[in-house]
Design a protein around this ligand. Sequence first.
Ligand SMILES: *Cc1c(COP(=O)(O)O)cnc(C)c1O
Length: 441
Amino acid sequence: MSTNQSIRPLTTKINNNGNLEIGGCGLVELAKRYGTPLYVLDKETLLGICKDYKLAFDKYPKMRMMYASKALCNMAVARILANEGFGFDVVSSGEIYTVYKAGVDMSNVLFNGNNKSFDELSLAVDLGVGRISVDNFHELELLEQILLEKDKKADVLLRITPGIECHTHEYIQTGHLDSKFGFDLTQIDEAVELILNKYKNLTLKGLHAHIGSQIFETKSYADEVEIIVKEIARLNEKFGLNLNEINIGGGLGVKYTESDNPPSVDEIARVIIHSLEKALEKYPIEPPVIYIEPGRSIISTAGVTLYTIGSSKQVPNGTKYVAVDGGMADNARPSMYGAKYSALLANKPNCTDALQKVTIAGRFCESGDILIKNIELPNPQTGDVLCVFNTGAYNYSMASNYNRVQKPAMVLVNNSQSDIIVCRETLEDLISHDVIPSGLS
Ligand SMILES: *Cc1c(COP(=O)(O)O)cnc(C)c1O
């Protein structure tokens, strides 16, 4: 089994007090010590998935693994993944700056996005970001302008929409034809011509695609690899080029609930490498450098969120709502796309008495702020600690200050030790950007 096929962090256990523990740390103690809501990240699980990826792809030497930072970006995570040999896919000045400050080798960073600004591209050029994946004609022109001003060159990929429909939520599909991302296949030649003849400070290295997220079908990757290799061979032939970089994006799924069955990293790797080998027989190009950009599958399983149960409400002849001290501001996914999660009560994980079907409500002022519908928990009470699994990806990174609530802290657990890696926001943090104009009485 690979790490993305586990709902819970690999170190999840029940300790001598009968409480849940992760990374050797009791979750009830963590909740007490650091407060809730609390994001907890298990280092061993994170290293486990890194190892899965390294082992799975070691058959193909020209692999470059770039962690998609948007899944969870902070300096400690950047440091851990850089130490594991990962590069970084970044999509904003904020992510560029974070990995830069964490000491990441910037030549191993790749900048994506469908509307990069002048300032963001300038920062990327100034800090020596290794690859820029250019998404559209406007960006080609903008980047050339910046490079001319700075008298610099940049190595670029072209982001394309390969026309692959994969079965995932509409909002996280990205490779179908009517997508906001990338050049349509019919526009690539024009983009290449512009780079060759007009935008002389850009050096085209290859093509990039990303077909979506939370993908369970391995075949989507096989199709994608074939399409990109074919395009590269065609462009090399037509323009006399020697493009040899292919970025196939991220997207491997994880197991949020028992009904999710994502393929293992090894299965994905075998499909990708096999499809590549077949495509290389058919289309005459040198074995290319392959970039992959996994985000969710790297970080999701390692993370859990702890909440404290407060109020509850039994609707007469209806739902029993149990409210926690967080919700849509620290985990937007259930309200945004109906995402499902698994959870246990950390202080009675084993208890099978008095099981009740309840709905976990968040504390934010929206009826849609529901974290989990219809989950069976053993008589949930005020003060119980709820542990929601698989929250490492797209939780903290999408967190907001809705209702003027402070963003939670994050701790890294490993070998019975816990360390803060993101501090809880304070009330002072919340008002620190507010300004009352002097003319206001
Ligand atoms: C979001 C994104 C990824 C990461 O996707 P995951 O599903 O988290 O693996 C990789 N590449 C690009 C271009 C993306 O937009």
